[in-house]
Design a protein around this ligand. Structure first.
Ligand code: CTP
Length: 400
């Protein structure tokens, strides 16, 4: 995700500095080359040895060490981005006012690369007018500030001021900063999650889909430069920055939203677990229990994937999913054909740790030309990356 990117990570004296250890790991794992500068005050919070071991580079603290002078100008020029996380209230104030009493500040002042800061402080400090003014100053210098989170603070109080989590910082870098261009100018629509079909005002027919796979695909498409519209059933997942999201409840609502969004889309990925049946009538009042059983009268919902397949124009790429427990390949290929999709992603419920609710997945992808692609058991994010790579290949090969 960050292959070959050069990241200069500045760490300042804040309790949140312990999170920077994980941040270095995540950045290195994502393929970035990381060099770390810490302020003298940060040494008390995070051991340089850990940071140098994880980054694979010597950690820089002072302008001068025993026998050398750190070339702060070249450091700022080496980096693709300077990331300061955590940014303490003190360093923020110094940056805002151009002070230069340590290496980190010298590098900041001479950096020609973009600068991103993830502040961390107590809520009262965060809300102080001086801090507000300093943040505005930083933004006025075209530095980027990652919003603080709300939660438990070092003081024991609960409030605003927590440094963004390392995963969120990585997401900010990959999604906002180093966004790819392979799908720039393309519009994508993605359905995700379950649908709920109302029985009465308090009950519904639903399923266990978490929506994680569809959200990961929406994010991976966005990361490659596409403009993404995510149509989500009832899920407990956070908004993806930059992705347009429409929340729906029922299969009927999802169908209308998807048909509308498909009109000017280049790519459609239907990963939602849409209910196949819905009650013929929704009871206006809560259905009361009686001595006998209860028979629900259901009729079929509209198949969204199929209905998009019917109106698909040349150049539109349609991707469906198939969730199977038996005769997986035959059923998946049948869905590919019957629904006029270009790709079908087979999820087999026989694979352990894959599918509904898990953070990992393993899929087989079939195309119309008879090719098969298999992923191993990967995180849903990695599976999404692989699916999106195939989408990119198909669009570029113009086989649709
Ligand atoms: N799908 C859809 N609308 C429906 C039902 C399914 O768009 N009403 C889509 C799903 O989003 C998925 C694909 O169709 O992309 C296959 O879904 P799946 O549940 O595996 O199969 P069904 O077509 O519903 O058939 P069955 O349940 O009999 O396997």
């Amino acid at each position: 995700m960050l292959a070959g990117k050069k990241i200069l990570l500045g760490i300042t004296g804040s309790i949140a500095a312990y999170k920077s250890i994980l941040l270095v790991r995540l950045l290195v794992k994502a393929g970035a080359e990381v060099r770390v500068i810490i302020t003298p005050g940060a040494k008390d919070f995070v051991p340089p040895l850990v940071l140098s071991t994880l980054s694979g580079n010597k950690v820089l603290v002072d302008l001068f060490d025993e026998d050398s002078w750190s070339n702060h100008v070249m450091l700022g020029r080496w980096a693709d981005v300077m990331l300061i996380a955590p940014l303490s209230c003190n360093t923020l104030a110094k940056m805002a006012n151009g002070q230069c009493d340590n290496l980190l500040l010298a590098v900041y002042l001479s950096a020609t690369c973009p600068v991103i800061a993830a502040p961390a402080m107590d809520e009262d400090m965060w809300r102080h007018p001086a801090t507000r003014a300093n943040i505005l100053k930083l933004e006025g210098y075209s530095n980027h500030v990652i919003n603080v989170g709300t939660g438990e603070l070092a003081s024991g109080l609960v409030g605003e001021g927590r440094m963004a989590e390392p995963e969120q910082i990585l997401q900010y870098l990959t999604n906002q900063f180093f966004r790819g261009t392979a799908l720039r100018g393309k519009r994508a629509v993605v359905t995700a999650g379950p649908t709920y079909e109302a029985i009465d005002p308090v009950r519904f027919i639903g399923n266990h889909s978490s929506g994680k796979m569809g959200f990961a695909i929406a994010e991976a498409l966005y990361r490659q430069g596409a403009e993404v519209h995510l149509i989500a059933g009832p899920v407990k997942l956070a908004h993806i920055a930059g992705v347009k999201r429409t929340d729906v409840t029922s299969a009927g609502q999802m169908h209308s939203a998807a048909r509308e969004a498909f009109k000017d889309a280049d790519i459609a990925v239907m990963s939602a677990a849409v209910a196949d049946y819905t009650p013929v009538e929704v009871a206006a009042e809560k259905i009361k229990k009686t001595d006998g059983g209860l028979t629900l009268n259901l009729h079929k919902t509209r198949d969204i994937l199929k209905s998009l397949g019917e109106v698909k124009a040349n150049g539109q790429l349609l991707v469906g999913f198939a969730l199977e427990t038996n005769n997986e390949k035959e059923n998946a290929l049948q869905k590919l054909k019957q629904k006029n999709a270009d790709l079908i992603v087979l999820n087999s419920l026989r694979d352990s740790n894959a599918g509904f609710g898990y953070d990992t997945n393993k899929v087989t992808i079939f195309d119309k030309e008879g090719n098969t692609f298999e992923t191993g058991l990967l995180s849903k994010q990695q599976v999404a990356e692989e699916i999106v790579q195939i989408i990119i290949q198909k669009l570029h090969a113009k086989t649709i």
